[in-house]
Design a protein around this ligand. Structure first.
Ligand code: AMP
Ligand code: MG
Length: 427
C-alpha cells in the first residue's frame, strides 16, 4: 500500500477542523482558532471543506473524528488537551483510530521541568498530558504544558494526517506555523498559490457583487472571495496551479476585467489600508492635511494617526460638536448655521475652510452629519456632508449612509478618507 509517511498526497488534500470544548457552544466563547487554521491552510492551497464545534463529550467527539477521517485527508483538532477530566481529545482520537494511548516519560519530565521553572510542583493530573496516541509525534509547546500531536495513518481510503493542537490561541498559533506547516508542506504536491487583492471604498457589498459577479462566477480558479467591512470591501482572487506561469495566466485573465469594472473605486492593490493610501499620497506630494469633525468626534483623526509617521503630513484636527464651537474655533458664521443648519453643504464648506486657515494645512476635510437615532436638525439620520478646502477653494459631498449611529459614524469617517483620496488623485 502507498505509504504517506515521507510521501506526498497524490492530489491536493482537503481538510476538516474540529474545535473541541463545551465553552465554545455557549454564547460567551467563540471558536477563533479555526479561522486562523483556515487562513494558514488556504495559504498552502488546502481547502477547508467543513468545520465543527464539538463539546467535551468523548462519544460525540470520537464519532466526529471518524466521520472527518472518512471525508478528508487532513483533520485538525483544537482544544481538549488540558489536564482535567473534560479534556478528552487524546482519548477520542485513540478511540477513533483504534489505537492505544501511550505514556511518555520524556514528555512527563518536560512538563515537570516546566512547573519547576515557574517554582511550582506538577499536579498528578498533569500526567494525563504526557500520553501520546500510539504512533504520534509530539509537537513541542514552549508556551504551555500540553504538547500537540501529529499523526500520520494509512487508512482504507488512503493517507491521513491528524493534528491535535492546544486550545489557547497563543499556544496553537506558533505551534501551527512553526511545526505543522513545515511538516505539512512535505506531503503536499508541488503547487503555486498567488492572491491578488483589490480594496474598494465608496460602494456597498451588494452593488459591488452585482457589478463583478458576471465576471468572477465564470471561474472556480482563481477563487474569488468578497470580504465586506464598513464602507470597505476586499476582493480576493486566489489562483492555484502547478507553475508560476500558469497561475499568472489565470490571474491575468480574471483580474483585469474586474479591475476595469471597479475603476477608481479601488484604493489599494497592495493591501494598504485607506488611511495609509491617503498618507502616501500626501507624503509624496509634500502636502499637509487637517480635519474638522463634528458627528465623528475624532474618528477621522484616530484613523489617519494610526499610521506611523503620519506627523509628516497630518497637522491636527478640531472636534467641533456644538454650533458655538464651530464658530469659536473655526470662524463659521452663526448666520450661516442659522440659515442652513449645522448639517448642510454650506457649513461643511465653511468648516473645511476654517480648519485650513486655522492650521495652515494645504488641505482640510470636514465632516458634519446627523448620526441619529434622533435628528437635531431637519436632516434625516444618515445625512452626511463632507467639505474639502484647498488653495483652489472649497468643495462638498452629500451622502446618505445606512445603519445605526455607530455604523453611520464609521462610514462617515471612511467616506471622508475616500473623499480626500479622490481629491488628491485629481489635484
Ligand atoms: P482547552 O485546550 O480545551 O483546555 O482550551 C483552553 C482554552 O483555550 C479555552 O478556555 C479557551 O479560552 C481557548 N480555546 C479553546 N478552543 C478555542 C478555539 N477554538 N478558539 C479560541 N479559543 C479557544
Ligand atoms: Mg477545553
Amino acid at each position: 500500500m502507498w505509504e504517506l509517511r515521507g510521501g506526498e498526497f497524490s492530489k491536493v488534500p482537503d481538510a476538516e477542523i474540529i474545535a473541541v470544548g463545551s465553552e465554545l457552544l455557549t454564547h460567551e466563547r467563540v471558536d477563533t482558532n479555526s479561522l486562523f487554521i483556515t487562513e494558514q491552510l488556504n495559504a498552502l492551497g488546502v481547502e477547508v471543506s467543513r468545520k465543527l464545534v464539538v463539546g467535551d463529550d468523548r462519544r460525540r467527539l470520537t464519532a466526529a473524528i471518524r466521520d472527518a477521517l472518512s471525508n478528508v485527508e487532513i483533520v485538525v483538532l483544537s482544544g481538549g488537551l488540558g489536564p482535567t477530566e473534560d479534556d478528552l481529545t487524546r482519548d477520542a482520537v485513540a478511540d477513533a483510530l483504534g489505537r492505544k494511548l501511550i505514556f511518555s516519560q520524556g514528555i512527563c519530565d518536560q512538563i515537570e521541568e516546566r512547573f519547576r521553572r515557574f517554582q511550582r510542583k506538577m499536579a498528578e493530573i498533569n500526567k494525563r498530558q504526557a500520553y501520546l496516541v500510539e504512533g504520534a509525534d509530539a509537537l513541542e509547546n514552549p508556551r504551555g504544558t500540553a504538547p500537540g500531536q501529529w499523526i500520520e495513518t494509512n487508512g482504507e481510503t488512503g493517507g491521513r494526517i491528524i493534528m491535535l493542537l492546544p486550545g489557547p490561541p497563543g499556544e496553537l498559533k506558533p505551534m501551527f506555523t512553526d511545526q505543522c506547516v513545515p511538516r505539512l508542506v512535505r506531503h503536499l504536491p508541488p503547487q503555486v498559490i498567488r492572491v491578488r487583492q483589490f480594496r474598494v471604498a465608496g460602494m456597498g457589498e451588494s452593488d459591488l457583487d452585482q457589478l463583478i459577479a458576471p465576471v468572477y462566477t465564470k471561474y472556480t480558479n482563481p477563487a474569488t472571495t468578497i470580504l465586506a467591512g464598513a464602507g470597505d470591501i476586499h476582493v480576493n482572487l486566489r489562483a492555484r496551479g502547478e507553475t508560476e506561469e500558469e497561475v499568472e495566466r489565470l490571474l491575468n485573465e480574471v483580474a483585469p476585467p474586474i479591475e476595469e469594472l471597479l475603476g477608481d473605486r479601488i484604493y489599494s492593490r497592495s493591501g494598504d489600508s485607506l488611511e495609509a493610501v491617503v498618507g502616501n499620497l500626501l507624503r509624496s506630494s509634500k502636502t499637509t492635511l487637517s480635519v474638522a469633525e463634528s458627528c465623528t468626534g475624532g474618528l477621522f483623526g484616530q484613523r489617519i494617526t494610526s499610521i506611523a509617521g503620519s506627523s509628516d503630513y497630518f497637522l491636527g484636527g478640531l472636534i467641533v460638536y456644538s454650533d458655538a464651537m464651530k464658530t469659536a474655533l473655526l470662524g463659521v458664521d452663526p448666520a450661516l448655521i442659522e440659515a442652513h443648519t449645522a448639517v448642510s453643504e454650506e457649513v461643511a464648506r465653511a468648516m473645511a475652510a476654517g480648519a485650513r486657515s486655522k492650521t495652515g494645512s494645504t488641505y482640510a476635510i470636514s465632516i458634519t452629519c446627523e448620526a441619529g437615532p434622533r435628528s437635531a436638525t431637519a436632516a434625516a439620520p444618515g445625512t452626511v456632508f463632507l467639505g474639502f478646502a484647498s488653495e483652489a477653494g472649497t468643495d462638498a459631498r452629500k451622502l446618505h449612509l445606512p445603519g445605526d449611529r455607530n455604523r453611520i459614524r464609521n462610514l462617515a469617517a471612511q467616506s471622508a478618507l475616500d473623499f480626500v483620496r479622490r481629491k488628491l488623485m485629481t489635484t
